[in-house]
Design a protein around this ligand. Sequence first.
Ligand code: ZN
Length: 345
Amino acid sequence: MKATYLKEFGGPEVLTYGDLPEPSIGPDDVLIRVHATALNHLDLFRRAGQRGTSTELPEPVILGCDIAGEVAEVGGEITDLKTGDRVMVNPGITCGRCEHCVSGRDNMCRRYTMIGAMVNGGYAQYVKAPRVNVHVLTAALSWEEAAAIPLTFLTAWHMLTGLAKLRPGETVLIQAVGSGVGSAALQIAKLIGAKTIVTASSDEKLLKGKALGADETINYSEVDFAERIKELTGGQGVAVVLDHIGEATFEKNIASLARGGRYVNCGVTSGHKGQLHIGQLFTKQIQLFGSYMGTKQEMLEVMRLVNQGKLHGVVDKLFPLESAADAHRAMEDRNVFGKLVLQVP
Ligand code: ZN
């Protein structure tokens, strides 16, 4: 099969396009003919051997956590999927046996691994996945839009519904609306019926945020977002802050919370340190949440809404699989709204 893979850590140039053997499947696996796969920051970290990704490099490694395609073959124990079914893949593989898995918090599984990071992923014509990770797509989405959905929508859904428990009518601040998680969170917050305030570094991105339904927009490279939040909320602050920027915005994020506010974080793209005024934590009765991916049940909820046409993948640019290195460079340049997607031949 054709695949883009790496045999050494490094810059985008280590991504090589060539031929590799197709994966062989076990009795509970599904072999998927991949049509599209979306990029995530994790791809860049894994490619460079950074940020807590494994430093082991069993060669060759195939990246790609977000996968859309059709079923090519099913394992002997599978009776509820057939060749040709259109599917999307939840990249999180869990043990299914530990206390977290059996209590429905499988995103806390100690053995959590990701298709496309520790297990070969979607930068290839074929990928295998356990049956429980494969979700049938009934909505008439393009492969590219479908590939833009799994990781970021699962993450944003867990953050807003599972952890911060955003309620209709509450106000949520969504940092970096141009990111995959930001553009997913905006749609989910609107679906919940919340008032949305979004930030971005450019007016162009904010216009796209408006088009996706943002109620208020803030260009954080031009104004102090915390001051603007005060104005927009009559000095009250917001109920929920959704963040993956980390260090650069942390203190102002906390300052932007209302009494009883919830801060939920799934990443630290600007750095991992922040000062917390612990007095404010208890006097304002703030809650802090660290978020990682989402549960298998939450993925089912996301898929139900995708298949009902209520959530939409946001695709910025398409690249052929062969040009994955160009897509990585584009992601590093950060001038992206939504997802970069590779089209698999
Ligand atoms: Zn487990």
